[in-house]
Design a protein around this ligand. Structure first.
Ligand SMILES: [Cu+2]
Length: 113
């Protein structure tokens, strides 16, 4: 219970910082439409911003040498060095996410009807 609460608070605070960063708004970046595969590289996600229909499963594939994770509202991967992580987005909206190990390593999924 405590661990879960801590996780939620951490995600909320990191995403709050992300949303509050005035110099960089991921929602202003043109998304790659229909892309469901995102690479996790050293130290970026590619493509960084994608747009998918509701109900789509998005898969992140680790391709770098360092350890990374994918943490957003309602989804959180382990910190890993290789492998994949998948999440199905059922509700329309913007889902910002980040790697908790590396500042500035951020991405977003725009889910549309
Ligand atoms: Cu990272």
């Amino acid at each position: 219970m405590i661990r879960r609460l801590t996780t939620v608070l951490l995600a909320a605070s990191t995403l709050g910082l992300l949303a509050g960063c005035g110099s960089e708004n991921l929602e202003d970046i043109d998304p790659e439409v229909g892309v469901t595969q995102v690479s996790v590289e050293d130290y970026r996600y590619g493509p960084r911003v994608i747009q998918v229909p509701a109900g789509t499963e998005v898969t992140w594939t680790w391709e770098g040498n360092d350890r990374h994770n994918v943490v957003g509202e309602g989804f959180r991967s382990d910190v890993i060095r290789g492998g994949t992580f998948a999440h199905t987005f059922t509700e329309p909206g913007w889902y910002l996410y980040l790697c908790t190990l590396h500042a500035g390593m951020t991405g977003a999924v725009s889910v549309v009807e």
